[in-house]
Design a protein around this ligand. Sequence first.
Ligand code: HEM
Length: 384
Amino acid sequence: MPETITASFAGIDPLSAVTHPDPYPYYRELAATRPFFREPRLGLWVAAGPREVAAVLAHPDCRVRPPAQPVPPALAGTAAGDLFGRLVRMNDGAAHAPLKALLMPMLAAVDPDVAVQHAAAMAQVLDAGETSHAAMPAASVNRWLFALPAVSVAAVLGLPMASDRGTAVEVAQQVAAFAAAQSPLADTDTVRAGAEAARWLGTWVASSLANSEATDGPLPALQRAAQAAGIEAQAVAANIIGLLVQACEATAGLAGNTLLLLGRNPSAGGMPLQGVVARVAQDDPPVQNTRRFLAADTELCRHVVNAGDTVLVLLAAASTSGLADDARAWTFGHGRHACPGDRLAQALAAATVSALCARGADPAALARAFRYRPSLNARIPHFL
Ligand code: HEM
């Protein structure tokens, strides 16, 4: 009943929900009363119920990019666009399958405890340039949320990060710049900065890979397997950068939303941090939606849909609806594009929160003054 939705949730829609102070009653209402519907104002189909979300993610005609537009138009023809086009993350093409088959087990094999150790070591590297305060200022918290997960993934993979703060800060900044350029909200300056960042990261990763035999991470084995399978070195390098970018914004959001939960519920401070992070992944998730693009006319959730249509898949609605049989953190997706970094991300988010609290970040103070970063899919607090 659309009227009911409009009356009780005026001013919120499936896109503005992402950065709304409390979108969850609205999501629950959608999941219960309109699990799959067309939103004419946004020009999108919307999947909100857990069964419908799973059906869309499993449908063979639902693709991660519009078939005629493998690279977002704003990035096309730039270094950032070239890099984007090589990512297994944003591709259903058969050409990407062999590399994906190597990357997925590599990530699955990462031991979360080892990742946490790398994060603790990288936190000390980042410390070197920070003046110590009794309470960590919000601006430093924001910087660390974006930097620590990304540089920790780099360290886990075996890229040369150790002990050099300059490199760590530079890598973190370039990864964040490239990630920001992928948002549909990115302005021309952000897109230009993203293209420069893509070039910088391409050079840095290529030269690091050229010397990677000296590292103890999984990269040398990946390179050997890729070479044996006839996969271009450039595709390997692009996807390594892709992993850093994946780790950046979403893990920043998971760690930031965990700080908010700790700040609002002091009793949660007594729970194991991993458990708190897992709860946040489900109840206040950093990735709220993803999109699928119809490659053919077909039927989806008992509706006729057409080639060229777009479905907004409300992962956060499925997660918080209370309607799923299992309690799943839908924020990591589901099915053939499900996130292979889910355990790593949760370990790194917990490590980031604990590093921040150990350096004087005060969740209660942070939760009193923040806004969400403008985004159409990620819920990431920016502390003020
Ligand atoms: C809190 C942090 C993270 C969240 C919420 C998250 C969420 C997601 C989601 C929702 C997808 C599926 C997108 C879709 O189906 O449209 C995805 C895919 C992916 N994620 Fe993550 N992710 C996180 C962290 C990471 C990390 C740390 C890595 C690796 C270092 C990673 C690597 C990937 C890759 C490679 C894919 C593509 C899988 C494929 O297309 O087959 N993610 N992630």
